[in-house]
Write a protein that binds this ligand. Structure first.
Ligand code: GUN
Ligand code: ZN
Length: 444
């Protein structure tokens, strides 16, 4: 970590609050010619260049950018690192996709060397896409999470991850038991939770792959460690929901299965939540649980259209997830673009400031980390991205016609992907630069 005071000059935009709560205009802060000052991994100043230069009297070392926009690092609230190698697998919806593609690939993670290779590639992809924090599934293998955290720690990343718990309805080679799942999770929590910038999530895959005994063990773990996360899937696919109701006939709904075992709380994150009843929404809100909205995955697996306005009406915390490998991109910019289209299919609008919120501060809020990350306020951890508004010929041309900030932002979200990420900074240090990537490509 660089301990010296560093300054970055460009346009700066960051989210301050949920536009659904405070209105579009009060939801962000924008400095046309801004400076961000960083020291010891934290943000120490931000503002219009003139004002910051007047405040920071001693000589600032300034890196200046042309046609760039600095914003907070993106936050991916649901992703599977072991599915990096099977992204874009053809032709199936959720349950067959799991059986035909996902489980065989996840078996390969019994080999820690393979896990390490994928973890490295995964973190490289996150950085290339400007994602600085993610909530991540491992596999059933304890070592898959050790390898993941070791690599994340080397890169100084704020990551949340956990070992998958799965003791039924999966191939033998991928199942644990209530006891072994409990013991492995406990050992991982003791080793990794709150070490460096790392946090642990207890991770039952979804209700169909855990017995009542295992879900009870999950509830017990959460009681023993009240500040760890709960990360699972919920109400993604109609056949999945029917199956849950068959497997747990005594429960009122899919969510009620998790609720029964005490899994709903302020650090619980449920991926998808597409087909939720009003009662389920009510319960998510009451327990301060969060939903990860995963547009590219929902479209790719044909799962359905997420109802964001309903979540807003119930005041449920929502973050964005890529859900790679059911999701088809690591890019939160592309994910926002697909989210917009999902709203269009429901005759709803997704404003670019709301998208920015969901991909940054809203994600941080969903992860209960908005006091540390999610925007560029003084005191926050210095995870930020430098976006290139002219990344492609088409973007450069289109940007010339964009008159307002929101129009520029919308073009960036609609046309941008990894190419639009110029640099990514983790805890104040440069973690990715498109220029270096370009010269590596030319050299090889
Ligand atoms: N439900 C249970 N497991 C999975 C998974 O790996 N991906 C998705 N999208 N849904 C799931
Ligand atoms: Zn998932």
């Amino acid at each position: 970590m660089s301990t010296q005071r560093q300054a970055y000059r460009a346009s700066i935009l960051h989210s301050l609050a949920d536009p659904a709560v405070v209105g579009q205009e009060d939801s962000y802060q924008y400095f046309e010619d801004g400076i961000l000052v960083v020291e010891n991994g934290h943000i120490v100043d931000i503002g219009e260049a003139e004002a910051v230069l007047a405040r920071q009297k001693d000589n600032l070392e300034i890196t200046a950018f042309q046609d760039k926009l600095i914003t907070a690092g993106f936050i991916d609230t649901h992703i599977h690192y072991p599915q990096t190698g099977m992204i874009a697998s053809y032709g199936e919806q959720l349950l067959d996709w799991l059986e035909n593609y996902t489980f065989p690939e996840e078996e390969r993670f019994k080999n820690p060397m393979y896990a390490l290779k994928v973890a490295r590639l995964f973190f490289d992809e996150l950085a290339r896409n400007g994602t600085t924090t993610a909530l991540v599934f491992g596999t059933v293998h304890k070592s898959s999470v050790d390898v993941f955290f070791e690599e994340a720690e080397k890169r100084n990343l704020r990551m949340i991850a956990g070992k998958v718990l799965m003791d039924r309805n999966a191939p033998d080679y991928l199942t644990d038991t209530p006891e072994s799942g409990y013991a492995d999770s406990k050992a991982l929590i003791d080793k990794w939770h709150k070490r460096s910038r790392l946090l642990y999530a207890v991770t039952p895959r979804f209700a169909p792959t855990s017995t009542d005994e295992q879900l009870a063990m999950v509830g017990k773990l959460l009681k023993e460690y009240p500040d760890v996360y709960l990360h699972t899937h919920l109400s993604e696919n109609k056949k999945e929901i029917e199956w849950v109701l068959e497997l747990f006939p005594e429960r009122e709904s899919y969510l009620d299965v998790y609720d029964h075992y005490g899994l709903l709380h302020e650090r619980a994150v449920f991926a998808h939540g597409i087909h939720l009843s009003d009662c389920e929404c009510q319960r998510l809100a009451e327990t301060d649980s969060a939903i990860a909205f995963c547009p590219t995955s929902n479209l790719f697996l044909g799962s359905g259209l997420f109802n964001l306005p309903k979540m807003e009406a119930f005041k449920i915390k929502v973050g964005m997830g890529t859900d790679v490998g059911a999701g088809t991109s690591f890019s939160l910019l592309q994910t926002m673009s697909e989210a917009y289209k999902i709203m269009q299919l429901q005759q709803k609008k997704l404003h670019p400031f709301k998208s920015l919120y969901l991909a940054t501060l809203g994600g941080a809020h969903a992860l209960h980390l908005d006091d540390k990350i999610g925007n560029l306020e003084v005191g926050k951890e210095a995870d930020f991205v430098v976006l290139d508004l002219h990344a492609t010929q088409l973007m450069r041309f289109r940007m010339q016609q964009a008159r307002t900030l929101e129009e520029k932002l919308f073009v960036l979200m609609s046309l941008g992907s990894d190419q639009a990420v110029h640099q990514t900074y983790i805890y104040g240090d440069l973690a990715y630069s498109a220029n270096a990537d370009q010269s590596r490509k030319i050299a090889s």
